[in-house]
Design a protein around this ligand. Sequence first.
Ligand SMILES: Cc1cc2nc3c(=O)[nH]c(=O)nc-3n(C[C@H](O)[C@H](O)[C@H](O)COP(=O)(O)O)c2cc1C
Length: 195
Amino acid sequence: MTISTARSVTERRKKVVGLNGTPRVGGNSEVLLDQALSGAAESGAHVMRIDVARMKISGCDACGSCTDSGICVKDDDMTSVYSALEGADAIIVASPLYFSGLSSQLKAAIDRCQCIWVSGPARSGRPGAFICVGGDNNANFKNAVSEARSFMKGIGFEGRMEMLVAGLDVLGMAAKRADLLDKARELGRDLVLQA
Ligand SMILES: Cc1cc2nc3c(=O)[nH]c(=O)nc-3n(C[C@H](O)[C@H](O)[C@H](O)COP(=O)(O)O)c2cc1C
């Protein structure tokens, strides 16, 4: 009895947060993110998707207020994002590829995490994954990957997995690709095992 009590205390469900960077409802990156989160849930995680591209989040003004306090002075929807990130055991960042980078809405949320970076995240090395979808068959993901990895590292995660899909432009394309859906699900499952 003592042993099972100890287990129930220490083996709490992992929390996986998915940052959804597309403004398109049902977007290709969103569909893959949902699959990844479903996979994470299958591995026993508590999952949460945050639609940052549809929230009220303005960019960082570089006012410097957070340098001492570690707290952003802006009062908008980032407040809930901060607490979700703090409690996350793993993160999945998903974005459409826009001009070879992340969506501007996601980037605004990322820049607002400067307040976490300046004071140093409470936990580091938590596993992270990045999902990105580009419309061109020859989509170049280099910059987007670099931004996503830099973001994750800055707030205490380590980008360990990437799912980069080129040639998906039209809304609904990802949902028809069973191979991609399976791959995203597997990514989510694997991520939890590393958390
Ligand atoms: C503003 C904008 C910029 C884009 N830039 C690129 C690009 O640089 N490379 C590319 O392959 N696709 C580009 N695309 C196409 C999107 O990446 C593609 O439609 C993708 O499926 C969008 O993901 P979503 O369905 O999750 O929104 C762009 C689309 C928009 C709206």
